[in-house]
Structures are given as structure tokens and as C-alpha cells.
Design a protein around this ligand. Structure first.
Ligand code: PLP
Ligand code: SF4
Length: 352
């Protein structure tokens, strides 16, 4: 069934055949805490007969979301600890997050900012707050890159995006503007000529980091939307979250990364899931993540290798956490493992 409007309530989920009527109360209880939204495109991707459908699991609420474990926290990556003015997160010297909007076209059940996004979340930056955020960027010459995230910045109209780009264009020290978005996948028709044009500004390089977690999200329409961005000169990167039951499988990850590369989206980050409240059912251990990432190396093109990262809880930033292939074994001597598990001494023995 093709929906024509986004699904936003438990009732809508039942009507769309995405939720058993017997589970409606549970979904309603979850919805009181965390917003629901599923675009028609995403609803159309869900296999109704598969109780473990990897698309459904990302977007259809589950009662497990109400079980909060002791290590989980409302601000898992410590955004608030590094926010000098509303809407700005300045954790690293040369780049800031600009969170213009806290709305998304879909709400991911594992969202790391789930306490901030949604219709009841932090909303859209008020004009005065946006002025203050832009002034902060203008006043800090070390800011080389502005990363628009949220929420999903591409829910803003082309007119609003163009206005923002014009304001950034006037700040000479900002060279790179990066958008993090799910829109090309979940609402590809939004990426029209006007929106694409709005993301470009003379003198700035625009990057779009596309969030997708399963190869089935990379539909022909999504590929065409990314194609319109890349054809216009936008550089595209991927970001995915490693999720139990969704992409914790070497073949699925390989197909996802190959899909990105095919659509001219360079794999960038594979995130270890954050400690967001009620997301324990999605998490795997770092050891499991390392084994999955290792399975890609060598077996799949180097173009398809993302960097496996953890956002260290508390606001300490991201750290690459893939297992190392090199171990120091003495003075300037190392054991280096190859992709098939063979271990080699470096420099090779007897090479003096
Ligand atoms: C993730 C993040 C960035 C971007 O990090 P990159 O490694 O450059 O992709 C910047 N600022 C904050 C606060 C972040 O959380
Ligand atoms: S699109 Fe990003 S910010 Fe929005 S719900 Fe999903 S993970 Fe959270």
C-alpha cells in the first residue's frame, strides 16, 4: 500500500499495516516519550510479513524503548557540555555543529539525540538565536567548517537553506559547509533543483553526509537524489550506525558500503551505537563491531571501508575503534596482520 502522508501516530501505524492492533497501546506509550515519523517512501520499503524487517526495526516503535539501562543517558555524546550559544556545539577547534532545526522527516528508534528531536523537542532556532549562532561563527576565525545537523537540516525549505548559505558565504574563514541528512533516502523527491542549488555558495565547498543503515534504503530514487547532488558539485559521504538485527552482518554491511560507492557517496563513518535511552536492544559490543569491520577489509574494495568510530560518552569527541593490525614487538619491530589473519614481522627478519 502506498501512503500519501507521513505516518505519525500508533493509529497510523496500525492503519498502514505496520503494527499489530494488539500492540497499539505499547506504541502509544513509546510515542509519549519519543516521536514517530515514517515517510511514505520508507513505509513502502517495509516488508509487512517479516517480523524482523530491518527497515521497520529502524522506525517502528518498540516497547523495549521504555527500558532504560543504567549506562544510558539523555545527552549521550555530551553536546550540552560544548554549547557556547544556543544551536552551536563547538567541541573541536576548527569546526562547529550548527543545529538549526530539531525536526526530522523520520524518527530513528536508536537516535542519539532522541531527547532533543521531534515536534516536542528543541524545535527550530528562533531568528534571534540564529543571528547569535552566526555571529559566534563570524567571531571565531578558527572555524573552518560548519556542520549543519539537528534534526535534519534538509527539512528546511530551499529558501531558508539558501538564506543560511548566504550568511555563511559572507564569513571568509568558513570554507566548508557540511550537511548531515537522511532526506535523499527517506524523502528523495525533496532533493529537487531548487534545494540542490540552495546548498551551494560561491567560495564554499558543500559536503552532504548521507545517513543510511541498510542496503534496501538505497533505492533507485535515493540513488537519483544523490546523483543530483553530486552532479551539482556537492561531495557526498556516508554515515551509518552499526545496529543489532539491522546491519550487524558482514554481507549486509558490504552491500551497504558498495551501494554508497556505486552512488558516488564515499563511506565515511560507521558509528558504534550511542548510549541513548531505551536503545540497548540495538547495541552490540565493540568486539562484535570490530569483527564486522575487519570482515570488510580485503574482502571488499578499499573504497568501501568506513572508519568505525565511537563518540566517547561525556563530550570527549569521536575515536576510531577498529582493531589495530599492528603491534609493537620491540625496538622498531612490529607484528602486522594481513586481511586473512596471517601475521608478519616488520621489518622482515634478516633484512639488515
Ligand atoms: C561528530 C562531530 C563533529 C564532526 O566530526 P568529524 O570527525 O569532523 O566528522 C564535529 N563536532 C561535533 C560536536 C561532533 O559531535
Ligand atoms: S535522522 Fe538523525 S537526528 Fe533524526 S531521528 Fe534519525 S538519527 Fe536522530
Amino acid at each position: 500500500m502506498k501512503q500519501d502522508r507521513a505516518i505519525r501516530t500508533a493509529k497510523d501505524l496500525v492503519a498502514a499495516g505496520l503494527l499489530d492492533a494488539a500492540r497499539r497501546d505499547e506504541a502509544e506509550a513509546v510515542a509519549k516519550q519519543y516521536a514517530i515519523a515514517i515517510t511514505p517512501t520508507v513505509a513502502g520499503l517495509i516488508e509487512r510479513d517479516d517480523p524482523n524487517d530491518p527497515i521497520a526495526r529502524q522506525f517502528v516503535p518498540d516497547i523495549a524503548e521504555l527500558s532504560v539501562t543504567p549506562e544510558e543517558r539523555a545527552d549521550p555524546i555530551g553536546d550540552l557540555a560544548h554549547s557556547p550559544v544556543e544551536g552551536i556545539v563547538h567541541r573541536y577547534p576548527d569546526r562547529v555543529l550548527l543545529k538549526a532545526v530539531h525536526v526530522c522527516p523520520v524518527y530513528c528508534r536508536f537516535c542519539f539525540r532522541r531527547e532533543m528531536v521531534g515536534p516536542e523537542g528543541l524545535g527550530t532556532l528562533a531568528p534571534e538565536a540564529m543571528d547569535a549562532a552566526i555571529s559566534y561563527i563570524a567571531a571565531h576565525p578558527e572555524i573552518w567548517e560548519v556542520i549543519l545537523t539537528g534534526g535534519d537540516p534538509l527539512v528546511l525549505s530551499a529558501r531558508r537553506l539558501a538564506e543560511m548559505m548566504v550568511r555563511l558565504k559572507d564569513i571568509a574563514h568558513v570554507k566548508i559547509v557540511r550537511f548531515h541528512s537522511r532526506v535523499p533516502v527517506v524523502e528523495p523527491e525533496r532533493v529537487d533543483d531548487k534545494l540542490v542549488a540552495a546548498l551551494k555558495a560561491s567560495g564554499k565547498t558543500t559536503y552532504v553526509a548521507l545517513h543510511a543503515n541498510h542496503p534496501r534504503e538505497l533505492t533507485p530514487a535515493a540513488r537519483a537524489a544523490a546523483g543530483r547532488l553530486v552532479d551539482a558539485g556537492v561531495v557526498m559521504l556516508s554515515q551509518s550506525v552499526l545496529l543489532r538485527g539491522i546491519n550487524d552482518d558482514p554481507a549486509v554491511l558490504a552491500e551497504l558500503m558498495r551501494g554508497f560507492v556505486e552512488m558516488r557517496v564515499k563511506p565515511y563513518y560507521l558509528h558504534h551505537p550511542d548510549l541513548a535511552p531505551g536503545t540497548a536492544h540495538f547495541r552490540l559490543s565493540i568486539a562484535e563491531g570490530q569483527a564486522l569491520v575487519k570482515s570488510l577489509r580485503g574482502r571488499v574494495s578499499g573504497l568501501c571501508q568506513p572508519t568505525y568510530v565511537l563518540d566517547i560518552p561525556g563530550g570527549y569527541g569521536k575515536a576510531p575503534i577498529a582493531a589495530s593490525n599492528v603491534e609493537a614487538t620491540g625496538d622498531d619491530s612490529y607484528a602486522v596482520s594481513d586481511w586473512q589473519g596471517g601475521v608478519h614481522q616488520y621489518p622482515p627478519a634478516g633484512s639488515y
